[in-house]
Design a protein around this ligand. Structure first.
Ligand code: FES
Ligand SMILES: [Fe+2]
Length: 326
């Protein structure tokens, strides 16, 4: 998020993001409450967003602070929904739920992958024509590399074909570990390699690749890359590659753009409107981490919906109580 207004559809909703004068990011629903113009077609005026159609101006909290026309009348209903944001690990995090439930503590701790909370974070953006869960599956089951990346990534990890995936959990985090020992990558030297993909709910996957001469201890020479996936619609997502090392953000991007993304889009196309489970997918041993992630996501979504219906029924009760008091 640099200068200017960034429009992004997030989970079906048009959202705009921008920075206020002091650099603090702000996010709001990208639709003017007057004639429903996308506010992202307007402009930033100081800390505010001015609609490009008739000029209504909104502050970062979504309140209308100016009507530049006529006598400047501002109806009470002139406001847009703003979303709490937090900048951490070089990323802007946005909370689209109830304001009072926004909890920056729930931002996944990516400190192990980012040198400092303010470190500059290099990212590369890709639009993916598939549901975000297909993109996560893709990362949590790297065995696909053997076939999908046969010419590009697979030669670097020839041990992948016979490797067994180990799944471990740390709270809500789920990690797939692939150890490949005593591997000949074609230069005459034997190496030990390890590939870890760790999922942080809901859409961050940290990939770590480590390689040492055979028999040595795998240590700090690991390469980290973050994959940050945000749902755009039910069948498309935003995909950010991140790295704090210059140039690394593009490291796995090219095979992803040329090989993964078209495959994900094709899978999505074949799935059509169907739900993943209703298609009765074949489950393979290499899938274990991906399936656990899906199960965990479903659990979290169920819990959130349950608490929402609790809130809804509490509100309803409130209304009913008030009525009966009246
Ligand atoms: S549509 Fe935004 S001010 Fe009219
Ligand atoms: Fe891939």
């Amino acid at each position: 998020l640099v200068d200017g207004i960034l429009p992004r559809r997030i989970a079906g909703e048009p959202v705009l993001l921008y920075r206020q004068k002091n650099g603090t990011p702000a996010a709001m629903f990208d639709r003017c409450p007057h004639r429903f113009a996308p506010l992202s077609r307007g402009c930033i005026v100081g800390d505010y967003i001015r609609c490009g159609y008739h000029g209504l101006t909104f502050d970062a909290k979504g309140g209308c602070i100016a009507n530049p026309l006529g006598e400047g009348y501002i109806p009470e209903t002139a406001s847009v929904r703003a979303f709490p944001t937090e900048e951490k690990f070089g990323l802007v995090w946005i909370w689209r739920g109830d304001h009072e439930k926004a909890e920056p503590k729930n931002i996944p701790d990516l400190s192990a992958f980012v040198p400092g909370p303010t470190a500059e974070f290099k990212t590369a953006y890709i639009h993916v024509r598939a549901d975000y869960r297909l993109a996560i599956d893709n990362l949590m089951d790297l065995s696909h590399s053997v076939f999908l990346h046969a010419e590009t990534l697979a030669p670097v990890t020839p041990g992948l074909r016979d490797a067994v995936v180990r799944v471990s959990r740390n709270g809500e985090r789920i990690k797939a570990t692939i150890e490949m020992k005593n591997i000949d990558i074609g230069d005459g030297e034997r190496r030990d390699q390890q590939l870890d993909t760790e999922w942080f709910a809901p859409g961050v996957v940290a990939l770590t690749f480590a390689q040492v001469p055979h028999g040595e201890l795998l240590g700090n020479e690991a390469i980290h890359a973050l994959h940050i996936i945000t749902p755009e619609t039910e069948r498309s997502s935003h995909y950010l590659f991140g790295s704090t090392v210059d140039g690394r953000e593009g490291m796995t991007r090219d095979p992803f753009v040329d090989e993964d993304e078209p495959m994900l889009a094709a899978c999505q196309e074949r799935m059509g409107e169907e739900d993943f489970w209703s298609l009765r997918p074949v489950i393979l041993p290499n899938d274990a981490a991906a399936i656990q992630v899906r199960r965990q996501l479903e659990k979290m979504i169920r819990n959130e919906q349950a608490s929402q219906s609790l809130v809804a029924s509490a509100r309803l009760l409130n209304v009913i109580n008030q009525r009966s008091i009246e």
